[in-house]
Design a protein. Structure first.
Length: 404
């Protein structure tokens, strides 16, 4: 429940989409950011928090995440979702899209029922990240580019019967974003895009060998995002540009990247950034249930996945998601020379734009929901606000004024 108290965070280094503002302050009331400023005169507030020496940033949004903390979406209960969401908040993620892998109808029905049970009640606990919707990775993807997905559950599209178990996910929550990653070259792919767009889905190309021309046709139908670029896509060829070449040339396109140091060489990230800038690049974790558990062997998606030195691998030797958080991804970008405002924008505002929720989330701006992080130099959250509710994570949080 949102509080009507006026909360002032002052003295910190504000991470804005295009710059650092320091020292600055953020005024919050009713779960909404009211004012962001560097003015010397501070406004009145019911609670003042001196955050000098800390970064103040928007909460991060993870639009592609399969699990963490031992929880996998396909088998999770409502209690598991709550545990997962609390883990994410402690790592600076305030909103996320739980992501399925291709599954059978029974598994999809289980996920839908679990979300329907959990999501309407989730706002009661500000200590947990909030689910914004659901992301279907597949099942309409290419068996020629499966990555770690199991082709057994891949589908084509001939009629609505082929996807009817994915269409009735009207969970009573606002917003509730439905996103799907698909391969437009698969039988019926372009027709499916038209159908899903009519139903309000956000769509992305992934696990695909689509030609440049098919990508253009998909874009004409409203698909302008690419999932975990350039993983699980046909490599760029000088005569066959495919998804990779199309994405780099098409100015409407946004991409998301897995900056875990395994899926992409840091120089590839630098190359993509040089071509596209960072206004159209989003970070994702693509994390699996092993995230947060350390190296070891884990049974996930019906197979054993090994984690060695932070690198995932299934029995076939393929990378099988990651074990990072978005905070880890941002820290990697900083180590690779990306300035903090740009790196943080890739984990906040750009994902919000991809999901169509940037009016409410993704930046420290008046009128947006008060999802705010107070971070130390290592970007460890010491304090989080979700919808303006303060959650103290550090044993020594920033203290209210007047406290020794």
């Amino acid at each position: 429940m949102r509080t009507s108290r006026r909360i002032l965070l002052y003295g910190g280094r504000l991470v804005l989409p295009d710059r650092l503002l320091e020292p600055g302050w953020v005024l919050i009331q009713g779960g909404i950011i009211q004012e962001v400023s560097a003015a010397e005169k501070l406004p009145s507030a019911d609670e003042r928090l001196d955050v000098s020496g800390y970064y103040v940033a928007p909460g991060m949004l993870d639009l592609h995440i399969h699990g963490s903390a031992g929880v996998d979406l396909l088998t999770a209960t409502a209690e598991d979702l709550h545990r997962w969401a609390r883990f994410l908040l402690r790592h600076g993620v305030t909103r996320f899209l739980p992501t399925t892998v291709p599954a059978d109808p029974t598994q999809y029905a289980h996920v839908r029922a679990t979300l329907a049970e959990y999501v309407p009640e989730q706002e009661r606990d500000p200590r947990a990240a909030s689910i914004l919707g659901v992301h279907f990775e597949g099942p309409i993807v290419s068996p020629r580019r499966p990555g770690a997905l199991n082709p057994r559950d891949f589908r084509t599209f001939r009629s609505l019967r082929d996807v009817e178990d994915l269409l009735t996910w009207d969970i009573p929550a606002r917003p509730f974003v439905r996103m799907m990653t698909l391969a437009p070259e698969v039988e019926g792919g372009l027709a499916l895009i038209e159908e899903l767009r009519r139903r309000g889905f956000r769509l992305a190309i992934g696990h695909s060998e689509a030609s440049f021309e098919i990508c253009e046709a998909a874009a004409e139908r409203g698909v302008t995002h690419v999932t975990h670029f350039p993983n699980a896509l046909a490599p760029l060829h000088h005569r066959q540009l495919g998804v990779v070449g199309w994405a780099l040339l098409e100015e409407r396109v946004t991409l998301d990247l897995i900056a875990d140091g395994h899926h992409l060489d840091r120089r590839m990230v630098a190359l993509v950034k040089k071509v596209m800038g960072t206004d159209r690049l989003a970070l994702i974790s693509d994390a699996i249930a092993a995230a947060g558990l350390g190296d070891g062997q884990y049974e996930i998606w019906g197979e054993m996945i090994r984690v060695v030195n932070g690198r995932t691998e299934n029995a076939a030797g393929a990378l099988a998601g990651s074990v990072i958080t978005l905070r880890d991804a941002v820290r990697h970008l900083l180590q690779w020379g990306v300035p903090l405002p740009e790196a943080m924008r890739m984990a906040t505002l750009v994902p919000a734009r991809v999901l169509g929720v940037a009016e409410a989330f993704g930046a420290l701006e008046p009128g947006k929901r008060a999802d705010v992080l107070v971070l130390d130099e290592q970007l460890r959250p010491h304090l989080v606000l979700r919808d303006g509710e303060i959650v103290r994570l550090s044993e020594e949080p920033p203290s209210p004024v007047g406290t020794p």
